[in-house]
Design a protein around this ligand. Structure first.
Ligand SMILES: *Cc1c(COP(=O)(O)O)cnc(C)c1O
Length: 231
């Protein structure tokens, strides 16, 4: 099933790139493997998958230890400050930074390892009460503050779009995130580049690609439904 799922997702990404005049290599597929066992990730790895996304620190660390070292790990879930230290040297990118205090902790831990942490700012574009993320009108001020941290590079923006029946309904959300990133890029702030737009999940990644996503986070579409009964 994994083989067919990966093929189907790959075909759809390619079709979305065609429709919007983008090159396939502008879009990175992140296989969101949360709740799935190591054996399933290994199977995906054996089929060529090298970029995985996890949303829990302990689970990411356990899988990091168990799997090959050439995997690129992305932290996509809400991150508590006291857990930053466990993943700082293991992940390529933290997608979910939504406060200056969290960024400050990331900066501090990055310094200890003598590395520059790559982060995205999570934006609550649709202003849903249930979602993490900075509100669009607070984004500029937050980025100004975070740009002062010497061991952080802000590489772009991330959003989790609302759950909708028809993915088309999220097109405006994705377009809005893209517009925000273009505006920020135009300001040429130190330590801030806007090369990455992380948006689109199983239900809406095709629309997200059409609207400029460079990172799409697909779980169910690759691995099937998640089973939370034993976690
Ligand atoms: C779980 C998760 C995904 C993947 O969701 P699917 O609908 O299964 O593709 C993407 N992004 C984040 C932040 C997630 O937590």
């Amino acid at each position: 099933m994994l083989k067919e799922n990966l093929q189907r997702v790959e075909e759809r990404i390619a079709a979305s790139c065609d429709r919007s005049g983008r090159r396939r290599d502008e879009v990175t597929l992140i296989a969101v493997s949360k709740t799935k066992p190591v054996s399933t990730l290994q199977e995906a790895y054996d089929r060529g998958v090298r970029v995985f996304g996890e949303n829990k620190v302990q689970e990411l660390v356990d899988k990091y230890e168990a799997l090959p070292r050439d995997i690129h790990w992305h932290m996509i879930g809400h991150l508590q400050r006291n857990k930053v230290k466990y993943i700082i040297d293991k992940v390529d990118l933290i997608h979910s930074v939504d406060s200056v205090r969290l960024a400050e902790t990331i900066d501090k831990e990055a310094k200890k390892h003598d590395l520059t942490a790559n982060i995205l700012i999570e934006v609550n574009v649709a202003k849903e009460d249930t979602k993490f993320g900075v509100l669009p009108e607070e984004l500029d001020a937050m980025i100004d503050e975070i740009s002062r941290f010497s061991n952080i590079c802000v590489r772009g923006l991330m959003t989790i779009a609302p759950f909708v029946k028809n993915a088309e309904e999220n097109r405006a959300v994705f377009a809005r995130l893209r517009k925000l990133s273009v505006d920020i890029a135009g300001k040429n702030i130190d330590n801030v580049t806007m090369g990455f737009l992380s948006m689109g999940m199983t239900n809406d990644y095709e629309i997200a690609v059409e609207e400029g996503a460079t990172l799409i986070r697909v779980g169910t579409g690759i691995f099937g439904e998640r089973d939370y009964s034993h976690v």
